[in-house]
Ligand binder design. Sequence first.
Ligand code: G3P
Length: 217
Amino acid sequence: MKFFIDTADIDDIKELAATGLLDGVTTNPSLIKKSGRKFFEVIEEICGVIEGPVSAETVATDHKTMLEEGRRLAGIAKNIAVKVPLTVDGLKTCKTLSDDGVMVNVTLCFSATQALLSAKAGAAFVSPFVGRLDDISEDGMALIEDIRLIFDNYDFATEILVASVRSPMHVLEAARIGADVATIPADVLRKLFDHPLTDKGLATFIQDWEDTGESIL
Ligand code: G3P
């Protein structure tokens, strides 16, 4: 499963990219606002740090303007994935951009039939929001299971990008189901490295090694 980081914070992106475990970045208007940075400036900087797909979101709601925005965003760098909302206009824009060879990430997906439409529109990625479904007492991961089944039934190439990830358990479940990508907030990604038994075991190994008086180098 690919790991994308769900942030527009360049320091977090640089720090976690240095692990060699980051495959891409997703942003949205809320994350851009949170960064306090200018949209184009921050997206260009991210594209300079990350080789994999970098999602940048359109904000128009009509097809014509959304398409213009999408083309402008796609011009920033080769690794831009243009993010469009899961609406009729968004899917029309997805089809046009995808036919032109632009990577499109269809966002705000909350049902399996919406995901099916995204795949038919040629999306490179579809982003089901698991956390926001859990928030309203629906089963976010059940949606991922349904989409996996449907995409496998028809060999759709569209990648399932699990979004609105809130915890390491979401990452685990996404991997169990066979999602293609999870886009993970920086704090959740950092938690994936941690286990108290790793810390405890390492402390013992270091102490025991010191007691031997030996040295590797
Ligand atoms: O990028 C979209 C998505 O991951 C948003 O997550 O936590 O705002 O529901 P959240």
